[in-house]
Design a binder for this molecule. Structure first.
Ligand code: BGC
Length: 832
């Protein structure tokens, strides 16, 4: 039932809405009679709203109403305030700031995307059993300004405590100097009950260290990059003393804040004291992405007790946990969880710190399958999809950022715009709820038909702008779309995936004509892709890890081509020394592509590499979140100067879903986890891994552990689900069907486990190359003695040629070279 909205929007009579203007304060007193049974306060704003009742803040939401496609959907928060209402005189108030509706958004220094003035909507429903009365925002409200001065999401907030009137939201306050509120034009049809959970302060973090510098400055390290703000307590200052708080993700080598990753966002708060009283303050209409803060002007010595970091984001329930015997991998997992929390502040954003923080579609497409494992995203992402659909309808394209604030129309691009199909599909897989597909069906089909219209006469998506394999580490710093994988290959590969998801969706919803139409389209684009880009044997003309990963994972190859493609991919990742050579498009798929084609060892090598650029390199540099680039901070400690170097972008955290699905072996085999496949794939030297996921049916948990020669596996299953368990490294290769309950297996590992044939200088190269630890070590020796001369494990004669034979063909091979090769063999054996 659509609610009826009774009030009207109001704003100030005096001019307000310029970027430096203070927040608006509104208030009204009302009488309540005996016999009240229930009171409900509903409020929203064009801007940000903090409601007050009888002197106290109402509820625990912050940054309400969040950010939606305001002109289509503006969320109204609702609070049961029965217990805060007294018989007799009451006062309601609200502080309204600028937020996303008026403030600066995007990197082009633009603002006022939705309005030139902030405005309040508020109603209190007073239920008396026999009647209902309302207190409604209208011109009977009084309006003024107070302590909250300039307030900007990017730039920070200024609070002048001298200007805050005591008791302004209490009955009896003298508001003679306040002016009458003025009606504000806003379409009430845009008002909705929120689909997403509110934004809340979910955690508090105490400083890991405080460094006091000269000039009364302190640098505080909170030990974790977060989104949120700092709460301060101060006493003993004078009226007018200003405490300034600056924020950054990073310190310079000299220990100062390094604000380069913020670009133009000022991320600076000012607290102007009213006097020496002991007071606590935190901002309300801004948030920062930071680990470090600099405090200046603090009266006296700043102590750990007086400063707290407050973590702020959409309050989603956590649903995924993972741990293993590899601490670096575990930290990468935690970093992904943090980057997700930090970037789900109302809208799923690219980053929470710089002059962007936008709902970039490509980032979410890459990260969606991981997001659904880590948190319950039904609310936030269904709300976001509703925004996407509303804007797609309005504009006839899927915007690259939702809500759209870009100055030019977005042309359809792979990985970005096709989130319109991929995200409903991912959500349906996770939650098994067909209404997700129903809601988005028209949007999905419209997008697919739009791209179909752009295909060339051969059926390839070969024209128009594409982001390609965005941020491929080999792309030039100033051209992140210029990676080594042909961007139209990426586009056509993604269209194979998109059309398959579309055809499956049509089938699930019983749209038979559409289903066969989209199925035929999928067949056509897949065939055309194969004809254009893949040799008969399975080699891809554009030999890059991303090209192979996409072709393998998107079902583009024929069965018999998969093996060859997998081998080529394995060689490519080996060639790059198991460092990362994929961008946004390929990274989420490369470990899966290796696993699917029987190259699990290589996938683990990729996972556990620590050299730059790699999954774990940032972890070795102390990263506490996922970086935008693998080398956002370079090995010499400098920030990558490209300007695209946030330390908090979830997109590359997409590999985390591989930890759940493959390392721990927890995978949905049917939508909504009704059927589960449990197939742990130990490797990479890990001796145990545990994953738990709270599915819609309940918690499912897998844990495996290797102790000397024994493997133990534990599985917990919720009611209503059944699973096939493929026992890892089981000498009997057992696959077992299970249902609800706790299951335990323990068995001896195969005799051969952990042993490896002894390699010598006479072992054929082909055999050596199959053991990736050994091969890796040998490759390094070759690189240092014969730079630029690769060692080939599958070249002609590799089955017959050994290292000893090879050395005979290296003119002037030094004894040292031989010794290093022998040492590499011995060391690799020790690590086997
Ligand atoms: C964002 C990315 C986004 C990209 C696309 C960047 O500025 O931070 O994550 O997807 O632009 O252009």
């Amino acid at each position: 039932m659509t609610p009826t909205w009774h009030a009207e929007f109001i704003t100030s009579e005096f001019p307000n809405g310029e970027l430096d203007d203070p927040a608006l304060y509104f208030r009204k007193e009302f009488l309540v009679a005996e016999g009240l049974t229930k009171a409900t306060l509903k409020t929203t704003a064009v801007g940000l709203v903090e409601p007050h009742l009888n002197g106290s803040k109402v509820g625990d939401e912050v940054l309400a109403p969040g950010w939606t496609s305001y002109r289509n959907r503006l969320a109204v928060s609702s609070y049961d305030v029965t217990d805060s209402i007294a018989v007799g005189a009451n006062a309601v108030g609200a502080i309204v700031g600028q937020g996303w509706a008026l403030g600066r958004l995007g990197w082009e220094n633009k603002s006022h995307f939705y309005s030139n003035s902030p405005a309040l909507y508020l109603e209190i429903e007073l239920e008396y059993g026999d009647r209902t009365e309302y207190v409604l925002s209208d011109s009977s409200f009084r309006c003024s300004t107070g302590g909250v001065r300039a307030n900007s999401i990017y730039d920070g907030e200024t609070f002048d405590a001298r200007l805050e009137s005591n008791g302004w939201a209490l009955p009896g306050f003298n508001d003679r100097h306040w002016t009458q509120a003025k009606p504000f034009e806003w379409n009430l049809d845009t008002l909705i009950e929120p689909a997403a959970p509110p934004i809340r302060a979910t955690q508090e973090i105490k400083p890991a260290s405080i460094t006091n510098l000269s000039g009364g400055r302190s640098i505080i390290d909170f030990g974790q990059v977060i989104s949120g703000w700092v709460r301060l307590r101060a006493r003993g200052g004078k009226a007018g003393d200003t405490i300034t708080l600056r924020h950054a993700e990073l310190l310079t080598p000299g220990g100062e804040l390094d604000t380069e990753t913020l670009r133009t966002a000022q991320a600076t708060d000012h607290w102007i004291l009213a006097g020496p009283e002991d007071t606590t303050w935190e901002p309300r209409f801004t948030f920062h992405g930071f680990r470090y803060a600099e405090v200046t002007g603090y009266p006296g010595d700043l102590s750990v007790r007086d400063i707290t970091a407050v973590v702020v984001h959409s309050d989603m329930a956590r649903t995924g946990w993972f741990s293993s015997s590899n601490e670096l991998v575990d930290r990468m997992h935690e970093n992904t969880v943090w980057s997700m929390r930090d970037n789900f502040v109302g809208v799923p954003t690219d980053c929470p710190q710089r002059d962007e923080r936008l709902g970039w579609t490509g980032d979410l497409h890459a990260f969606g399958p991981t997001a659904v494992l880590l948190h319950d995203v039904r609310g936030v992402l269904r709300s976001w999809l509703a925004d996407l659909r509303a804007e797609q309808n309005e504009k006839s394209f899927v915007p690259w950022v939702v809500p759209d604030i870009l100055s030019t129309p977005s042309s359809p691009t792979a990985l970005w715009s096709d989130v319109a199909v991929a995200l409903p599909w991912t959500l349906y897989q996770e939650y098994g709820d067909t209404s997700i597909l129903e809601e988005s069906y028209d949007s999905m089909a419209t997008f697919v038909r739009q791209v179909e219209g752009l295909l060339d006469e051969n059926g390839l998506w070969s024209s128009g702008f594409q982001y390609g394999d965005w941020l491929d580490p080999d792309a030039p710093d100033d051209n992140p779309a210029g990676g080594k994988t042909d961007r139209h290959l990426v586009a056509s590969a993604y269209f194979c995936k998109t059309t398959r998801e579309m055809a499956d969706t049509a089938e699930i919803l019983g749209q038979e004509r559409d289903a066969s139409y989209f199925r035929a389209l999928n067949r056509r684009v897949r065939e055309v892709f194969r004809r254009e880009y893949i040799t008969e044997a399975g080699r891809i003309v554009n030999e890059s890890a991303t090209a192979y990963a996409l072709a393998i994972c998107f079902g583009i190859l024929e069965e018999d081509q998969m093996r060859h493609a997998g081998k080529q991919l394995a060689q490519l990742v080996a060639k790059s020394g198991y460092t990362i050579s994929t961008g946004f498009a390929g990274t989420p798929h490369v470990t899966d592509a290796l696993t699917l084609t029987g190259h699990l060892d290589e996938a683990y090598k990729l996972l556990t590499q620590t050299q730059c650029p790699s999954f774990l390199y940032p972890v070795t540099q102390g990263a506490t979140t996922i970086w935008e680039r693998w080398d956002s901070v370079r090995p010499d400690g400098t920030v990558n100067p490209s300007g695209m170097t946030s330390l908090n972008h979830y997109a590359f955290g997409a590999v985390t879903s591989w930890l759940y699905r493959v390392v721990a072996g927890l995978q949905a085999a049917a939508p909504g986890w009704r059927r589960i496949r449990i197939e742990p794939r130990p490797g990479g030297g890990l001796t145990h891994a545990t994953a738990r996921h709270d599915t819609v049916l309940g918690a499912v948990e897998v844990s495996w552990r290797i102790t000397s020669k024994t493997m133990s596996v534990d599985v917990r299953m919720p009611a209503g689900a059944e699973a096939e368990v493929v026992l890892p490294l089981d000498p009997d290769n057992r696959t077992i069907s299970i249902g609800q309950g706790q299951h335990h297996w323990e068995y001896a590992l195969p005799e051969s486990y952990g042993t490896r044939p002894d390699f010598t200088m006479d072992t054929p190269l082909a055999e050596l190359s199959r053991d990736i630890t050994t091969w890796d070590a040998l490759t390094r020796v070759f690189a240092s003695h014969l730079p630029g001369v690769p060692i080939e494990g599958n070249g002609p004669g590799a089955e017959g040629i050994s290292l000893s034979v090879l050395l005979q063909y290296v003119p002037g091979a030094s004894e040292e070279f031989r010794l290093d090769l022998e040492n590499a063999l011995t060391e690799a054996a020790a690590h086997a």
